[in-house]
Design a protein around this ligand. Structure first.
Ligand SMILES: Nc1ncnc2c1ncn2[C@@H]1O[C@H](COP(=O)(O)OP(=O)(O)OP(=O)(O)O)[C@@H](O)[C@H]1O
Length: 346
């Protein structure tokens, strides 16, 4: 559906002033997927999303949409392909002097569609985003979340296959963000639209994305399913983003309590990750029954990822090393991920 191959983007002409905004991006996004790109300011996210519809032309590389390389197209064919790519923006980009109806109708008016067809389509879209009663109002009369829903309705007017979301919820409060994300989920489910969203908010990725790529300094440094990246981030930057929403670290007050080895005894700290079904099993009590070890739960959290439970526990396994190894082996066989960690890493 969306395929970026070795995409580079340089800004600036003079050698000493060149900015290498994208340095060889390879990305493949499937039809009907919600794909998130996260990164700090300046990582290259906006440049990346703007290269997908050629608002920015890559310096080199290829951009395939539905198997067609956009960079090979003549201007007329490019305009046609672009109609299949909708976009929504952080600042909504609505026309303040036009009504909500007119804002959503604009792409269809520009296409020269008949009035009746436009009316039917716009009303249907405004109903879809829950703003059927706002048709005659003006953007300034709406809240931020409502404006963004108008932006979504406008982007859907040309029946796109792809929706690009550029920090679409960054200006919104958490409740409004949730409502807009719900609409985006329905856009994917009901219209089968593929969604590429860039954000610096990891909670947005957690709430609606199927897969995520982490960008740093013009490169994708990590990508994978949301469950994999959240549960086992491979890079420190991915880990720091994950920590902004899943605080798996043991609070300092608990850490100082267990600082004294005499209090905890001989053994080791382990991080236990439960994904999906394994979250419901009474694993710790079974392990304590079967092996001569004590299990002390130091810290724990349970949340939901991709509508499945995910648990992260820090435990101290106390006892004979051989017995602990056998217990760890048993827990692994029950489908959890368990790793010994140093006291500093809990
Ligand atoms: N039109 C431009 N001309 C020159 N440099 C640019 C231009 N647009 C972006 N850049 C530079 O390219 C790099 C990547 O910028 P980009 O806006 O893509 O990052 P970003 O991750 O989207 O950041 P933010 O979250 O702050 O928008 C930055 O160093 C930026 O200064």
């Amino acid at each position: 559906m969306i395929l970026l191959k070795d995409v580079y983007k340089e800004y600036g002409k003079k050698k000493e002033k060149k900015v290498h905004a994208l340095k060889g991006i390879n990305l493949s996004i499937d039809k009907g997927e919600i794909f998130g790109v996260v990164g700090f300011s300046g990582a290259g996210k906006s440049t990346l999303i703007r290269c997908v519809n050629l608002l920015e032309r890559p310096t080199s590389g290829k951009v395939f949409i539905n198997g067609i390389d956009l960079l090979d197209l003549a201007p007329k064919d490019l305009r046609k392909s672009r109609k299949k790519i909708g976009m929504i923006f952080q600042q909504y980009n609505l026309l303040s002097s036009k009504t909500i109806f007119h804002n959503v109708a604009m792409p269809l008016i520009l296409e020269g569609k008949p009035k009746e067809e436009i009316k039917e389509k716009v009303e249907e879209l405004l109903d879809f985003v829950g703003l059927g009663d706002k048709t005659n109002q003006y953007p300034e009369q709406l809240s931020g979340g409502q404006k963004q829903r108008v932006g979504i309705a406008r982007a859907l007017a040309t029946d796109p296959d792809i929706l690009l979301c550029d920090e679409a919820t960054s200006a919104l409060d958490p409740n409004t963000t949730e409502a807009v994300l719900e609409v985006l989920k329905r856009v994917r489910d009901e219209f089968k639209v593929t969604i590429l969203m860039i954000t610096h908010e990891m909670n947005v990725i957690k709430d609606i994305c199927d897969r995520v790529a982490v960008m740093e300094n013009g490169e994708i440094v990590e990508q994978g399913s949301v469950v994999d990246v959240f549960t086992e981030p491979q890079t420190s930057i991915a880990e720091s983003f994950v920590r902004t929403v899943l605080n798996t670290n043991t609070p300092q007050s608990v850490k100082s309590f267990i600082n004294d080895e005499n209090q905890i005894g001989v053994g080791g700290f382990y991080r236990v990750l439960f994904k999906g079904v394994s979250t419901g099993a009474p694993l710790l009590s079974n392990t304590a029954k079967h092996f001569s070890i004590d299990i002390n739960v130091v810290h724990g959290m349970i949340t939901e990822l991709q509508e499945k439970p995910f648990g992260n526990l820090i435990v101290f396994l106390k006892g004979d090393k051989e017995e602990i190894n056998r217990a760890v082996h048993y827990m692994k066989s029950q489908g959890v991920i368990i790793k010994e960690v140093t006291q500093d890493a809990i």
